[in-house]
Design a protein around this ligand. Structure first.
Ligand code: ADP
Ligand code: MG
Length: 724
């Protein structure tokens, strides 16, 4: 066996590890939602009138009567304590992609020194974490750092079990003392309400009188990598940056396509079952698991839920994946591009809107009326993507996702809509106004026949599109694996709210002119397609031609980096969009730009500093050691009158010199501090720092190819990807 001592030891430990058993799989009905204070537990423990009121808040978005909070708090505490909880936490979602929580005990010490457990409605409803250490983009001055968390009644409380105890967790929003959103949940809830109001208007114009509260639905497919922690702990880059900053491609990568949907390795299967059992207890409907394209890459997807709950559950899923991996001796990598040259990880956000009376509004349905309604909602989405494509790109812009987008294995950084051949045809006919063309009868005549079932046929699924219609929902595929899904959901719901409001006004106008409903619908949709049809694209999104055509002929934006995309948050139209829908004030939006930009710069800065330190303290010494061995061998041999070709020493020496030179250049470049604007600062990191980092890597990887394996300090791609 070769490899340096630490690496050899890691391999030995993995080889000799006793297999973990998953034991008997727990019965679903015995564990499902046992750790959730859900509607049925509330019903069992709350007075009838209070339960009814809470239920209305949860299902219909009605305001909660604050006088009921004490009763709910007591019931919640009793339930949590019966599960072993002594602490509670307000859980919130700051503008980073993280989950944050502050724990407090139920304990209350009495005058006589005794302790009782206490949890009042006031404490349930509002908390005050020290907000000063969370990014706020300048909304709060540090001397006025108070931030408040407030109970989100629509997402159920739960108990989190760890090996070290049980905590009652209460999903909350996080706002500044002046009421500005400091998190991702406030705007998500606002965007759902804005969309619901606009959808209600449109549905009523379409003739419905009974219209239930419209909500947005979301199901996310999460991709991730598992690497044995014996290897991961020897890689400073994986520990601090979540991705490899160095590493020569292995002789075998993913070219055989032999991992995708292959048999799940036993050790991984045990891990997955552990994850799923925890998810079930928390009421998260895990549904699908499989190997992904790259070696060591996997996917988990739950059944879809209401967007707000789905988003909270997605955050929990990421936490469970990370923590459970540790227990099983893995490191779970949620980074979008942990390994160069190997597929990255995304998070497909499946998104729909619907309600209890009309059902899924993005489902074509099987009556002419449902078809017309579907086309209206679908048209509204098309308009939204065309007008706010750059905003969608900005919503998924992070330093890590930039590695994946446009990399010919992931959606391009140009936002377009894929509709499928059949639906694309329907919309192009609407655009041409050939609605009653007899040759298309059965497809187009909305008055009588019905849209044929739009099959989600496998051959028709375009993997190269960032945003695709998949039968009864849109799938936003450009979202990064490490991201909160709230950001993308906020944008989708908000732009739909805006489009539906526009549609409602137009429809009203046409109806007022005396047009019959179906004709009015077609007139409005025709205008949508004339103005916005350019965003519909069914071809190969990876191709050169598309990149050219999209930008030059269709006027779409190609925004390859976060530095290019984030400034769109300051665009006047985007500011107006958020303001008019009430989702974000200009101050809140501006603060988001600042926070995201800072995160972009900081994460590249951390990586750049890591590149410098690994190159200097690990790779350079390995190169010197090899050179010293080579040179003593060469001179010893020459003393014996034997000549050994000097060229290998020369190659290593030249690569080493280049490595040092590139490292010094990078180290100096990171020092630069004077920037005229945040935009300029971001561009500097995108166009100067990143290429300099790649430069160092090029020489380091070339050295890895020539330095003896036993001297190489870092676990290799081959080891990390193939040894489980
Ligand atoms: P794929 O075929 O893209 O691999 P899957 O069927 O594995 O997708 O997962 C698709 C995701 O979409 C699941 O989370 C599923 O629950 C979700 N989904 C299905 N229908 C809807 C809908 N109407 N709205 C939102 N999400 C949905
Ligand atoms: Mg998918």
């Amino acid at each position: 066996m070769t490899g340096n001592h630490a690496r050899v030891q890691a391999v030995q430990q993995i080889t000799n590890r006793a297999p973990m058993q998953c034991g008997d799989a727990p019965k679903l009905d015995e564990i499902w939602a046992t750790n959730v204070f859900n509607i049925s537990k509330m019903q069992a423990s709350l007075p009838k009138n209070i339960f009814k009121s809470i239920k209305k808040t949860i299902t219909a978005g009605e305001k909660l009567d604050p006088s009921y909070a004490d009763a709910v708090a007591t019931a919640m505490r009793d339930w949590a304590m019966s599960k072993g909880a002594l602490y509670y936490a307000h859980v919130f979602y700051p503008m980073t992609n993280q989950t944050a929580e502050k724990h407090d005990g139920f304990i209350s010490v009495q005058g006589d020194g005794s302790a009782i457990s206490e949890f009042s409605g006031k404490v349930l409803v509002q908390g005050e974490p020290d907000g000063s250490s969370f990014p706020n983009g300048g909304i709060r001055d540090t001397f006025e750092a108070r931030g408040y968390t407030a109970w989100d009644v629509t997402s159920p409380a739960y108990v989190m079990e760890t090996d070290n105890g049980v905590t009652l967790c209460i999903p909350t929003v996080f706002v500044s003392w002046t009421g500005e959103a400091l998190d991702k949940k406030v705007p998500l809830l606002r965007s759902i309400e804005a969309m619901a109001t606009a959808a209600d208007k449109v549905l009523k114009l379409l003739g419905h009188t009974d219209v239930a509260h419209v909500n947005s639905g979301c199901g996310c497919e999460q991709e991730y990598f598992l690497v044995d922690s014996n290897f991961a702990h020897q890689r400073p880059d994986l520990l601090l940056a979540g991705r490899t900053l160095f590493g020569k491609s292995p002789a075998k990568g993913q070219q055989f396509d032999d991992h995708y949907f292959g048999a799940i390795p036993e050790r991984v299967q045990v891990f997955m079952q552990d994850v799923e059992a925890q998810m079930y207890k928390l009421g998260i409907p895990a549904k699908t698991r499989h190997n992904e394209v790259a070696p060591g890459q996997f996917e988990i997807a739950p059944y879809f839920e209401a967007a707000n709950v789905a988003s909270d559950h997605q955050q929990l899923t990421m936490t469970i994946l990370r923590n459970t991996a540790k227990k099983h001796g893995f490191m779970c990598l949620l980074h979008e591009k942990p390994f160069a040259g190997i597929n990255g990880s995304g998070k497909h956000v499946n998104w729909s809107v619907g309600n209890a009376t009309q059902g899924n509004l993005l489902d074509p349905g099987d009556s002419p009326h449902e078809n017309a309604q579907f086309l209206v909602f679908c048209g509204a989405v098309i308009r939204g993507v065309h007008l706010y494509g750059p905003l969608m790109r900005a919503a998924i812009a992070t330093a890590s996702n930039d590695h994946r987008l446009g990399a010919n294995e992931a959606p391009p950084a140009i936002m377009s809509v894929y509709l499928g051949t059949q639906l694309e045809e329907v919309f192009s006919q609407i655009k041409q106004g050939s609605v009653s063309d007899s040759s298309h009868k059965g497809v187009m005549d909305l008055g009588v026949p019905v849209l044929p079932a739009l099959t989600k046929d496998a051959g028709d699924r375009n993997r190269t599109s960032p945003f695709a219609f998949t039968g009864n929902r849109f799938e936003f595929r450009a979202v990064g694996s490490n991201q909160s899904v709230s950001g993308p959901l906020i944008v989708l719901n908000t732009m739909l709210a805006d489009s539906l409001t526009w549609v409602a006004e137009k429809l009203e106008g046409e109806l007022a002119k005396g047009l019959e409903l179906n004709t009015a619908i077609i007139t409005v949709l025709k205008e949508v397609m004339e103005k916005h049809g350019d965003v519909v694209f069914g071809g190969n999104g990876y191709s050169e031609e598309w990149h050219k055509m999209a930008v030059e002929e269709r006027g779409l934006k190609n925004l390859p980096t976060t530095a290019d995309a984030l400034p769109y948050l300051k665009d006047a139209a985007v500011e107006e969009l958020f303001k008019s829908t009430g989702v974000l004030t200009p101050v809140e939006l501006e603060s988001r730009f600042e926070v995201y930009a800072e995160q972009y710069i900081l994460s590249i800065e951390v990586e750049a500093n890591l590149v410098v330190s690994v190159a200097k303290t690990m790779i350079y010494p390995a190169a010197l050691e090899y050179l010293s061995k080579l040179s003593s061998t060469i001179s010893a041999l020459s003393g014996m009158g034997i000549t050994l070709e000097k060229s290998s020493a020369e190659t290593v020496a030249s690569l080493t010199n280049s490595l040092v030179e590139a490292t010094d250049k990078l180290a100096a470049a990171v020092e630069k501090e004077d920037f005229a604007s945040t935009e300029e600062h971001m561009q500097y990191f995108a166009t100067t720092i990143r290429p300099l980092m790649d430069g160092v890597r090029e020489y380091a990887d070339a050295l890895e190819a020539v330095i003896p394996d036993e001297l190489w300090p870092l676990p290799t791609y081959q080891e990390m990807l193939f040894i489980k």
